[in-house]
Design a protein around this ligand. Structure first.
Ligand SMILES: *[C@@H]1O[C@H](CO)[C@@H](O)[C@H](O)[C@H]1NC(C)=O
Ligand SMILES: *[C@@H]1O[C@H](CO)[C@@H](O)[C@H](O)[C@H]1NC(C)=O
Ligand SMILES: *[C@@H]1O[C@H](CO)[C@@H](O)[C@H](O)[C@H]1NC(C)=O
Ligand SMILES: *[C@@H]1O[C@H](CO)[C@@H](O)[C@H](O)[C@H]1NC(C)=O
Ligand SMILES: *[C@@H]1O[C@H](CO)[C@@H](O)[C@H](O)[C@H]1NC(C)=O
Length: 748
C-alpha cells in the first residue's frame, strides 16, 4: 500500500517542510532584529505617550508604534504597550533583553524600550480641501499626532487628468511650520488633482496625506469659429462648422443659433430656447440644432425641418437677414459653461462678404439704422448737455467756496451739491454742451466695430454689467480686447447720471498715459451706451503670486529689475493721476492691470472698476494713517498706499500685515505705529523709501515724481542688489490670505 502513496502527496510534504524551514528562519530574523532595537529599560517618558491598552506581543507593539509614526515603544509589565517620541530616565542599560530579568533598583518598574525605526513626523491631521472653484481651492490642516520637529509643510498638486493642453506641470508650495491654512490660486480649470500634504523635518520627509479633487469647469477659453455660410437657398442655409479647442473643460456639444437680425432685439443668451418656445415668447433668436463634436466637420443645413438634439431645425424665411451663431457647450459634473462665436450675417441669399445686387438694399438698411442711431444720439446729447451744464455751473459756485478743488475730482469725495433737480430755467444762458465737449475728446465707436461678448461677463461695475469685448482699432483691421462697461442711460436717475458723467469726465481727463488704463471710446446702441476701456485679464496681484516659483536657487521667476521696473511704472501712472489732480484712494496691487504687453496700468478709479462674484477688495491694509484719524484723503495718502504696493511687489503678492488677521484691528495698530516689516531680502535703501512714504506728517512724504527718480536710481544701480530673489536658508514666502484682502460687496 505504501508504494501506492502517490507522488503528488510526497511532493506536498516536501513543500510543507520547506515552508516550515522558511518560517523558522523568519522568526529567528525577527528575534534578532528585536534584540538590535532593544534600547534598555526606561521609566515613563516625559513626552506625549499614547497607551495601547491591549495585551500585545513585543513585535506587535513595536509594529503598532511604528505604524503610528512614533520612535519608541515601551512594553511594561503584563505586556501593556505604549508609544512615545521621547525616552524617560534610563533605569538599566546592561546586556539583558527583558527588564524583569535584569536587576534594577528603581521603585517604579521600568519598561522594555525598543526603537521602532521611525524617525519622521506622522501625517498632518484633519487635511480638508474646501471651496473648490475653477482655479482655486482652500486647504486647512493640523499638526500631525506624532512628531519631534517640523521644519515646513509641503503641498504638491499633481495633475491626474486635465482638458488643458498647457504644460501639466505639477506645482509645489512650502509653508512655515506654523501655517495651517492656505489657498492655492493658480490651478487649471476642470482638472483632477492629487493634492498631497506632508511635513519636512530635520530627519526626513514625514508621512503624507492626499486628496483627489477636481476643479470646476470654466467658460471655454477660445471662441468657437464663426460658421461659414456655404450656400444660402432662402429657406435653407448650408453652413460649414470648424472644430474648436477648449482648455477649460470638455467639449460636450455645439449649438447652432439663428438670430433674426431684422427684429433688432438684444441677444440675451440666458433666454435662449427652442424654435417653438422662442415663437411663443416672441424672441427673435432660437437654438436650431445641438450637434455632437463628431458631427462638426460636416456641412450643416439650417432649416431642413428635422430635429437635432432636442431642437427643431425650422425652415427659414427667405426675405430675412439671419445671423448664425455657434455656441460651444462644455458640461461636467452638473456645471455647464457656454461660449458663443461671433455671428455670420446672411443677407437675402448672399453671404455678407459677397458683393451683389442685393447690397443696395443692405445699404438702404444701413442708412435707416444710421438715422435712428443719430436721432437717439442727439436726444441723449441734449439731455446730457443739460445735466452737464448744471454740473459745470455748480462747480463754478462750489469753487468760490472752497480753498482747493481737489476734493471734487476725487472718486468718492463729497459730491457736488446741485440746487435744482435738473430742470432748466428758461432765463439761464444756453448751457455749454458738456457732453459734446466730452465727445470731442473721445472716439465714437461705430456699433459694428465693437463686438461685445454677451456671455463673457467680467463683473458688475457701478452703472451696469461689464463684459469683455473686441474693439476694432481705429483705421486698422486689428482688434484688441477691451472691457465694455454698459451704461443703461435710460434707466438712470438724474443723480446717478450726474455722478456717472463726472466719472466719465475724470476718465477723459486722465487721457492717454502709458501707465493708466485708457478710455478707448464710447459706442451707442439703440438701448445702451458702452464705454470701452483697456482691458488686461491679469492684475498685478495675480502676476506677483504667479511668479512664486521654485526655479533652481530662486524663489521667483520674476527678475529683480522687472520687479523694480513695475514699481517705477506704477509710480509713473500715479504721478500722472496726481498731475491730473486725481486722488486714487484705492491703490493696491489689485488696482493695477498688466496688459498682454506686460505693461502695468493703474485702474480702479472712477468708472474703471468692476467686481466679480460677491466680494470686493478691502483697502484697509493700504490706507494711510491720517484717514484712520478721520482726516480727508489727500494726494499724499496715495503715496502711503504706493509704498504698500512696493512692499507687496517685493513680497510677491503677500498680504500686508498678514499676522494681524482682523481688518478691524488694523487702524488702531497703524495709529500705534505698526508699519510693514523690512523683508529679509530687501536692503536698507529700498526699505527707507517705503519708510519715507509712511511718515505721519504727510508733507514729509515724497512725491510720485521723486519716487520715480529714486526707484529708477535703485533699478540702475545694479552693483548692490536692493531686492534679491535668490533662495536662502529658511526662506519663507510672505503668506497670502485672500479673505483679509476682500470684503462683502455693497449693493450699488
Ligand atoms: C548606563 O550606561 C551609562 C554609560 O554608558 C552610564 O553612565 C549609566 O550610569 C548607566 N545607567 C545605569 C542605570 O546603569
Ligand atoms: C468658502 O468661502 C467663503 C467665502 O470665501 C466662506 O464664507 C466659506 O466659509 C468658505 N467655505 C469653506 C468650507 O471654507
Ligand atoms: C518651527 O520652526 C522653528 C524654527 O525653524 C523651530 O524652532 C520650531 O521648533 C518649529 N516648530 C515645530 C512645531 O516644529
Ligand atoms: C496621490 O499621491 C500619493 C503620493 O504620491 C499616492 O500615494 C496616491 O496613491 C495618489 N493617489 C491617487 C488617487 O493617485
Ligand atoms: C461668394 O459667393 C460665391 C458663389 O456664390 C462663393 O463661391 C464664394 O465662396 C462666396 N464668398 C464668400 C467669402 O462667402
Amino acid at each position: 500500500m505504501s508504494n501506492t502513496l502517490s507522488i503528488p502527496f510526497l511532493r506536498l510534504i516536501r513543500i510543507m517542510r520547506i515552508l516550515r524551514f522558511l518560517f523558522a528562519l523568519y522568526t529567528i530574523r525577527s528575534v534578532i532584529s528585536l534584540e538590535n532595537d532593544f534600547l534598555g529599560c526606561y521609566n515613563n517618558s516625559p513626552g506625549k505617550v499614547i497607551s495601547i491598552e491591549q495585551y500585545v506581543s513585543t513585535p506587535a507593539c513595536i509594529k503598532l508604534c511604528y505604524s503610528k509614526y512614533y520612535r519608541y515603544s515601551f512594553i511594561a509589565k503584563e505586556s501593556s504597550c505604549s508609544c512615545s517620541n521621547y525616552l524617560g530616565e534610563q533605569v538599566f542599560n546592561g546586556t539583558c533583553n527583558e527588564c524583569h530579568s535584569c536587576d534594577y533598583n528603581s521603585k517604579a518598574p521600568p519598561a522594555d524600550t525598543y526603537a521602532t525605526g521611525n524617525l519622521v513626523p506622522g501625517p498632518p491631521k484633519n487635511f480638508v480641501i474646501s471651496n473648490i472653484t475653477e482655479n482655486h481651492v482652500r486647504i486647512t490642516w493640523q499638526e500631525p499626532e506624532s512628531f519631534i520637529e517640523i521644519t515646513k509643510y509641503r503641498i504638491k498638486a499633481n495633475v491626474i487628468h486635465t482638458y488643458s493642453s498647457y504644460s501639466t506641470y505639477s506645482p509645489e508650495w512650502t509653508y512655515s511650520n506654523n501655517t495651517y491654512q492656505t489657498e492655492l490660486i493658480t490651478l487649471l480649470p476642470a482638472t483632477k488633482y492629487n493634492i498631497t500634504l506632508s511635513t519636512i523635518s530635520p530627519d526626513g520627509d514625514g508621512a503624507l496625506v492626499f486628496r483627489v479633487i477636481e476643479t470646476k469647469i470654466d467658460t471655454p477659453d477660445s471662441e468657437p469659429n464663426k460658421p461659414e455660410v456655404v450656400e444660402n437657398r432662402g429657406q435653407q442655409i448650408d453652413i460649414k462648422l470648424l472644430p474648436t479647442s477648449n482648455n477649460n473643460g470638455p467639449i460636450t456639444s455645439y449649438k447652432i443659433i439663428v438670430v433674426n437680425e431684422d427684429l433688432n432685439q438684444d441677444f440675451d443668451p440666458s433666454t435662449l430656447t427652442s424654435y417653438h418656445e422662442a415663437n411663443r415668447n416672441q424672441l427673435s433668436y432660437y437654438v436650431t440644432a445641438e450637434l455632437s463634436p463628431t458631427d462638426i466637420t460636416k456641412i450643416f443645413t439650417i432649416g431642413d425641418g428635422q430635429t437635432y438634439g432636442r431642437y427643431y431645425n425650422a425652415p427659414l424665411e427667405s426675405d430675412v437677414n439671419y445671423n448664425i451663431i455657434v455656441a460651444l457647450v462644455s458640461r461636467l459634473n452638473g456645471v455647464e459653461k457656454v461660449r458663443y462665436s461671433s455671428g455670420a450675417i446672411t443677407g437675402n441669399g448672399v453671404s455678407i462678404l459677397n458683393v451683389s445686387d442685393e447690397q443696395m438694399e443692405g445699404d438702404h438698411q444701413t442708412v435707416i439704422i444710421g438715422l435712428s442711431v443719430a436721432i437717439g444720439l442727439l436726444t441723449f446729447m441734449l439731455i446730457v448737455g443739460i445735466i452737464g451744464f448744471i454740473i459745470l455751473k455748480s462747480r463754478v459756485v462750489n469753487r468760490r467756496h472752497r480753498l482747493s478743488d481737489n476734493q471734487e475730482l476725487t472718486l468718492q469725495g463729497p459730491m457736488i451739491e446741485v440746487e435744482n433737480n435738473g430742470y432748466i430755467h428758461e432765463d439761464e444762458p444756453m448751457p455749454v454742451n458738456h457732453y459734446r465737449n466730452l465727445k470731442q475728446r473721445v472716439r465714437t465707436i461705430p456699433v459694428n466695430q465693437l463686438k461685445v461678448e454677451p456671455t463673457n461677463l467680467l463683473g458688475v461695475g457701478r452703472y451696469g454689467r461689464v463684459n469683455s469685448a473686441l474693439l476694432q482699432e481705429k483705421d486698422s483691421e486689428n482688434v484688441i480686447p477691451v472691457a465694455a462697461y454698459t451704461i443703461q442711460d435710460k434707466k438712470m436717475s438724474q443723480e446717478t447720471r450726474k455722478t456717472m458723467l463726472q466719472e466719465l469726465d475724470l476718465l477723459i481727463k486722465v487721457g492717454k498715459h502709458e501707465n493708466t488704463v485708457e478710455f478707448l471710446g464710447m459706442c451707442e446702441t439703440a438701448h445702451l451706451i458702452y464705454i470701452a476701456l483697456e482691458h488686461g485679464s491679469l492684475n498685478l496681484k495675480d502676476v506677483l503670486l504667479g511668479s512664486r516659483d521654485a526655479l533652481p536657487g530662486r524663489f521667483s521667476n520674476m527678475s529683480e529689475s522687472r520687479a523694480l521696473e513695475i514699481a517705477v511704472q506704477v509710480a509713473r501712472g500715479m504721478a500722472h493721476l496726481d498731475n491730473c489732480q486725481i486722488i486714487h484712494k484705492q491703490l493696491c496691487a489689485r488696482s493695477v492691470i498688466i496688459t498682454s504687453n506686460n505693461v502695468p496700468k493703474i485702474t480702479s478709479f472712477g468708472i474703471a472698476q468692476y467686481f466679480s462674484h460677491n466680494k470686493i477688495p478691502d483697502y484697509t491694509r493700504w490706507t494711510a494713517v491720517e484717514v484712520f484719524k478721520n482726516h480727508p484723503y489727500n494726494r499724499k495718502s496715495d503715496i502711503w498706499s504706493f509704498a504698500c504696493v512696493l512692499w507687496e511687489i517685493c513680497a510677491l503678492g503677500g498680504t500686508p500685515y498678514g499676522s494681524v488677521a482682523n481688518n478691524n484691528e488694523i487702524p488702531e495698530r497703524i495709529l500705534k505705529g505698526l508699519r510693514l516689516p523690512q523683508l529679509q531680502y530687501i536692503d536698507d535703501d529700498l526699505y527707507q523709501i517705503m519708510l519715507d512714504c509712511w511718515q505721519l506728517d504727510y508733507d514729509e512724504r515724497p512725491t510720485f515724481m521723486q519716487l520715480v527718480d529714486s526707484l529708477e536710481y535703485l533699478k540702475h544701480n545694479t552693483l548692490i542688489p536692493h531686492v534679491n530673489f535668490q533662495l536662502f536658508p529658511n526662506f519663507q514666502y510672505e503668506q497670502f490670505y485672500p479673505d483679509m484682502e476682500l470684503a462683502v460687496r455693497p449693493i450699488f
